[in-house]
Design a protein around this ligand. Structure first.
Ligand code: G3P
Length: 217
């Protein structure tokens, strides 16, 4: 499973990139707002921190304007994935932009039929929003499993990018359901390493090692 980080905070992205475990980045207009930075400037900087896909979202709502914005964003760097909303205009723009060789991430997916449409439009990534479904009392993870089954039935190459992830359990369940990618907030990504027994065991090893009086280097 690939790990993307869901943020426009370059300090957090740099820190995750240094682990060697980061496969890409996703941003959206809300995350750009949160960063307080100019979109072009921050996306350019992010593209320099990872070789993986960096999703940058269009804000037009009509297909030809989305295509123009997408082409403009794609000029920033070769690893831009143009993020388009799940609408008919977004799907039309997806078909055109992927036809030109651009990576496209279709976002705001809340149903398996939407994911089917995105795959037919040639999307590189489909972003089902798990947390926002859970917020409504709907099992977001079931959506990932449904999309996995549909894509496997027809050998669609669109990658399932589990988004709106809020917890370590969401990451685990997405992996079990067969998502290709999870885009995760930095704090949740960092928390994946945590286990009380790891901390306890390490402390024990350190204490016992100190008692040996030995050195490795
Ligand atoms: O990138 C979109 C997505 O991950 C949003 O997550 O927590 O705002 O629902 P959230």
């Amino acid at each position: 499973m690939k790990f993307f980080v869901d943020t426009a905070d370059v300090t957090e992205i740099r820190e995750m990139a240094e682990t060697g475990l980061l496969d890409g980045v996703t941003t959206n207009p809300s995350l750009i707002l949160k960063s307080g930075r100019d979109v072009r400037e921050v996306i350019t900087e992010i593209c320099g921190l990872t070789d993986g896909p960096v999703s940058a979202e269009v804000v037009a709502l009509e297909a030809s304007a989305m295509i123009a914005e997408g082409r403009e964003l794609a000029k920033i760097a070769r690893n831009i994935a143009i993020k388009l909303p799940m609408t008919w205009d977004g799907l039309k723009a997806c078909k055109t932009l992927t036809g030109e060789g651009h990576m496209v991430n279709v976002t705001l997916c809340f149903s398996a039929n939407q994911a089917l449409l995105a795959a037919k439009a040639g999307a590189t990534f489909i972003s089902p929003f798990i947390g926002r479904l859970d917020d409504l009392g709907v099992d977001g993870m079931e959506l990932i499993a449904e999309i996995r089954a549909i894509y496997d039935n027809y050998d669609f190459e669109t990658e399932i990018l589990a988004a709106s992830i809020r917890s370590a359990d969401h990451v685990k369940q997405s992996a079990i359901a067969g998502a290709d990618v999870a885009t995760v907030p930095p704090a949740v990504l960092k928390s994946l390493v945590n286990h009380a027994l790891t901390d306890k065991g390490l402390q024990q090893f350190m204490d016992d090692w100190a008692k040996t009086g030995q050195k490795i280097l």
